[in-house]
Design a protein around this ligand. Structure first.
Ligand SMILES: Cc1cc2nc3c(=O)[nH]c(=O)nc-3n(C[C@H](O)[C@H](O)[C@H](O)COP(=O)(O)O)c2cc1C
Length: 343
């Protein structure tokens, strides 16, 4: 029977327990590079007892694809040293580092440059009016993801996560709302998954058979977009393409409860795949999580806001004080840049 606090592996990465600090972007970066306060926060997280830390979303492209100024980047050798430093620090504390790779697509508030997306569909959140990517530009973006993964590997990071959720470019390709293409990147779910699966295949070919490639995908959407069938099929396609694990997320509209709100969908995906599946969103209670890990095929859990509210949550749980996380999923941390009223 699986347990939360036992070592577990994803490809070449062995974690001391099954808990990830889910990706948490904090918009402090300076020209894509980590700010000193980010390092301090990663140190706090590495000390917290998590098995692995997924970085905040890091852009794989420089101008003209770059996004907001405070966003992390990983697109050339100038990033190697800081990722090396970060990975070394995290390893010394017996945790692991996964770098989350993203291209923002039309999910951006940046102005003064061309915004690219699968199709020229106005983004209902940001209002951005993107230009449809040519197949050549799609190829350049694919290369940028592979280059970023190789930089992360070279720096000694334990793996990468492709951000295929939350309305960013790879998710926009998956979504029939944003993707109106009539070529091999649009139409059925196989075509809409093509860019993600090509990126997986190419990273796998350029690295090792067991280099951890995680992918975060939505199981549902805020706008009429991917269906549950699309979600399950994307998981199957990604497994065939060489993904090492899938983290399940979804629309922020599902985010009302402080129980695991994607549990049913995550469970179903875990039953459909042979690779590990990660439950994220609303995980707040250790006994409940232990039951999920013991009784289902779900192999790992991710938590984001609980660690903003209480960075030493795992220490408390491991000491036998099992009270729930205080985080109420209120999203104040999103709107006020990590300042939580419960802190
Ligand atoms: C402040 C903040 C920043 C986030 N940044 C990212 C990010 O960079 N990448 C990502 O995939 N998800 C990001 N998320 C979403 C979380 O990784 C997670 O999917 C979501 O918060 C649900 O988990 P939770 O209920 O444990 O918070 C962020 C969430 C918050 C609150």
């Amino acid at each position: 029977m699986k347990q939360v606090f036992e070592p577990a592996t994803i490809g070449s990465m062995t974690m001391k327990n099954r808990i990830f600090r889910a990706a948490t972007g904090d918009a402090h970066a300076i020209n894509g590079h980590y700010a000193p306060e980010d390092f301090a926060w990663y140190e706090t997280m590495a000390d917290s007892g998590v098995g692995a830390i997924i970085s905040g979303l890091a852009n794989v492209c420089d101008y003209p694809m770059r996004d907001e100024p405070g966003m992390l980047g990983i697109y050339d050798d100038s990033f190697l040293e800081e990722y090396q430093k970060l990975a070394d620090m995290i390893h010394q504390k017996d945790s692991r580092l996964i770098v989350q790779l993203v291209h923002c697509g039309s999910n951006t508030y940046v102005t003064g440059r061309t915004i690219y997306a699968p199709s020229a569909v106005t983004n209902p959140m940001s209002g951005a009016e993107p230009v449809e990517l040519s197949v050549e530009d799609i190829g350049r973006i694919r290369e940028a993801f592979v280059r970023a993964a190789l930089l992360a590997k070279k720096a000694g990071c334990d793996g990468v996560e492709l951000h295929g959720a939350h309305g960013y470019l790879l998710h926009e390709f998956l979504s029939p709302y944003y993707n109106k293409r009539t070529d091999e990147y649009g139409g059925n779910i196989e075509n809409r998954s093509r860019l993600l699966s090509e990126i997986c295949t190419e990273i796998r070919a350029a690295t090792d058979l067991d280099f951890p490639i995680l992918v975060k995908i939505n199981c549902n959407d805020a706008v009429p977009g991917i269906t549950k069938e699309d979600f399950l099929e994307t998981g199957r396609i990604l497994e065939k393409a060489g993904a090492s694990a899938i983290e399940v997320s979804g629309s922020w509209k599902s985010n009302k409860s402080w129980q695991p709100y994607f549990l049913a969908e995550t469970k179903e995906l875990a039953e459909a795949l042979n690779i590990p599946v990660i439950l994220t969103g609303g995980v707040r209670d250790l006994p409940e999580l232990e039951k999920i890990i013991a009784e289902t095929q779900i192999a790992f859990a991710g938590m984001c806001r609980p660690f903003i509210v209480e960075p030493k949550l795992l220490e408390r749980w491991e000491s036998g004080n099992l009270g729930r996380s205080w985080c109420r999923s209120c999203n104040a941390c999103m709107t006020t840049k990590l300042i939580c009223p419960y802190r």
